[in-house]
Design a protein around this ligand. Sequence first.
Ligand SMILES: Nc1ncnc2c1ncn2[C@@H]1O[C@H](COP(=O)(O)OP(=O)(O)OP(=O)(O)O)[C@@H](O)[C@H]1O
Length: 363
Amino acid sequence: MPARSVPPVVSVPDTPTRSNTQNGPASPPGTTGAAGGDRAAVALGQAALPMSAGQPLNPEAAVSVRGLRKSFGRKDILHGLDFDIPADSIVGLLGRNGAGKTTALSILSGQDPATDGEVSVLGRSPFEDATTASRLCFARENQKYPESFKASHVLRSAPWFFEHWDQGFAERLVRMFRLPVETKIQKLSRGQLSAVAIVVGLAARAPLTFFDEPYLGLDATARQLFYDVMLQDYLEHPRTIVMSTHLIDEAADLLEKVLVIDDGRILLDADADTARTAAFSLSGPAAAVGQVSAGWTALNERRIGGLLSVTLAGQPDPGLAAAAAEHHLEIGSVGLQDLVAAIGSRPTDALGGAAAETSKEQR
Ligand SMILES: Nc1ncnc2c1ncn2[C@@H]1O[C@H](COP(=O)(O)OP(=O)(O)OP(=O)(O)O)[C@@H](O)[C@H]1O
């Protein structure tokens, strides 16, 4: 049986990924002969797939991006992104190191020009636009400040930049994060620099806030404090918050929508609930896992000795559940972190290769 590369179900809408009729072995007990890839694509759903190109900008969205490209010299970093960020939501921009998250945020915040494409932020083109700049806050730990600046200077000057700045809230945050406001910023630890960014990002109450990995250097207690206080303040003062993060499971409960970016491409664009049910795991003896998962789209696999765990797109149907039970295989849920790791772990030009290899080895 020839191995076949499986198209990237998470980034190619409506593409059947495999058909048992064409490729697979006999259907496992309890399953039909219908294409598992179709099932998986349906289960991932349109809501989980990246937006298709060619749609007009969405005037209702806080951020609307079409065909966004960015190159540095000859190096292409963003390869034509299409996505919307709904107003009054908390959105996670998720992806591995070097995926292009900061590059995208720099463009959305107007600090960098796009190489190509359309970008609408709060209804305007953001690059070097003073109106947009006055309505957004880009909070990051490596923000540049004048050499002599202390956090107290930052907090005193913030009201000039942010119309909705809440000084009392800023002071409460300073106490919560134990920020030494009279120490020069240059002397602050990485965690304290993150705390400065968090205080500014939250107390600014900007209509649109970008947090770029806001937790760098923060201990677990401080990170939880940040998530709690952000959610509380967001509920009291709804606004649009976009947070790039690697610590996905920590932040998962906050997120209403997730955008997964990898190698400058959007791999997943989904509301968080859809993403949480976009995949499941199947584990047990490798041969049985291979047999039962044949026809399903494998996003990732882990092998330890003779045991295999595969992450499969979609949700288990009764046929798969029965086959898994018969072979004493374990079906598990896949959290957001694992889903992102699974879809981001495959080479972009070989998505599905792991699945094909898995199936091949079984035959
Ligand atoms: N000014 C620049 N010149 C050349 N290449 C750049 C520049 N800025 C970023 N890059 C490259 O663009 C790619 C994406 O970087 P970016 O910082 O956007 O990734 P990221 O997803 O934020 O990563 P991380 O999670 O590690 O912060 C990387 O390969 C990086 O080396």
